[in-house]
Design a protein around this ligand. Structure first.
Ligand code: NDP
Length: 296
């Protein structure tokens, strides 16, 4: 049996380093202008998973010295009610970033709500203008979406070169796959996007020096789909049954870790890879937004 070869990219440790860097930036911002960055986190309804994510984000803010503004709205709030809240936050000078936790209840159109956030405070980077600028040559978005930005940081901080490399992004969602592909293109990779209608995905993925897996399909990418030495970033977070666990389930990625670790050059674990980076990038976007707004 081949022995493990991949270097494991420790997203948790890299995210902690970034949080420490941000805490220092927040302290120096307080010294220079006496203000703290502020992030408003808006949550609608009682979804348990959303509440867990929001609590985690608010706690992470406190740890680096970002003020969080909590907006908790009931499940039956109207779309106009959410928009009105967003508009209030847009004009609040203490708030430098606005995050609306998704998904919103079915009766609210997410696009209508997200496009109300002014781009200067769009720390999730989902505003069509930010995505549009990401897609255009010579334009720079104010914010990059957190998960793709986190994947890029993992590559850069692991010393993996991107320029001229073949990158395959598996998935084309608005929040992960598509902006990830655009970001890698900006970094001068040659990018292919694989999606659910792609014929022969194995063959395409096998050609990649860099694989970003964001399909939401448990352990879809097998060891023999990976080019030896490739850098593999696994965004997928899938719950699979595991009777040996107290919870009855465990989280796995889109990549078959045990197989991939024998072939890849670099590999992120799930959990402990991309997840912690997504939160760290939200904090980074908030600090960057605050610096822009406070020093203008
Ligand atoms: P979506 O469901 O919105 O998108 C999934 C994408 O994968 C779609 O573009 C879909 O193609 C494609 N896809 C689905 N099945 C296949 C397949 N068999 N082969 C190739 N492509 C396929 O998911 P998200 O982008 O929101 O999230 C993707 C994964 O990343 C999920 O597991 C999610 O939990 C995780 N995630 C993790 C985060 C983190 O911080 N760690 C943050 C965000 C997401 P098509 O467009 O044709 O339907």
């Amino acid at each position: 049996m081949a022995s493990a070869t991949a270097r494991i990219i420790d997203g948790k440790a890299i995210a902690q380093t970034i949080r420490d860097e941000l805490a220092a930036e927040v302290r120096s911002l307080a010294e220079s202008c006496g203000k703290a960055p502020g992030l408003a986190v808006v949550i609608v309804g009682n979804r348990k998973d959303s509440q867990t994510y929001v609590a985690m984000k608010r706690k992470a803010c406190a740890e680096v010295g970002i003020r969080s503004f909590n907006v908790d709205l009931p499940e039956d709030v109207s779309e106009a009610g959410v928009i009105q809240k967003v508009q209030e936050l847009n004009s609040n000078p203490e708030v430098h970033g606005i995050l609306v936790q998704l998904p919103l209840p079915k009766h609210i159109n997410e696009e209508n709500v997200l496009s109300e956030i002014i781009i200067q405070k769009d720390v999730d980077g989902f505003h069509p203008l930010n995505i549009g600028k990401l897609a255009m040559k010579g334009r720079d978005p104010l914010f990059l979406p957190c998960t793709p930005k986190g994947c890029l940081e993992l590559l850069l901080r692991s010393g993996i070169s991107i320029k001229g490399k073949r990158a395959v992004v598996v998935g084309r969602s608005n929040i992960v796959g598509l902006p990830m592909a655009l970001l890698l293109l900006k970094e001068d990779a040659t990018v292919t996007v694989v999606h659910s209608r792609t014929a022969d995905p194995e063959r395409i993925i096998r050609e990649a020096d860099i694989v970003i897996a964001a399909a939401g399909q448990a352990m879809m990418i097998k060891g023999d789909w990976i080019k030896p030495g490739a850098a593999v970033i696994d965004v997928g977070t899938n719950a699979v049954n595991d009777p040996s666990r107290k919870s009855g389930y465990r989280l796995v990625g889109d990549v078959d870790f045990d197989e991939a670790v024998k072939v890849a050059g670099w590999l992120t674990p799930v959990p402990g890879g991309v997840g912690p980076m997504t939160v760290a990038m939200l904090l980074k976007n908030t600090v960057e937004g605050a610096k822009r707004q406070l020093t203008q």
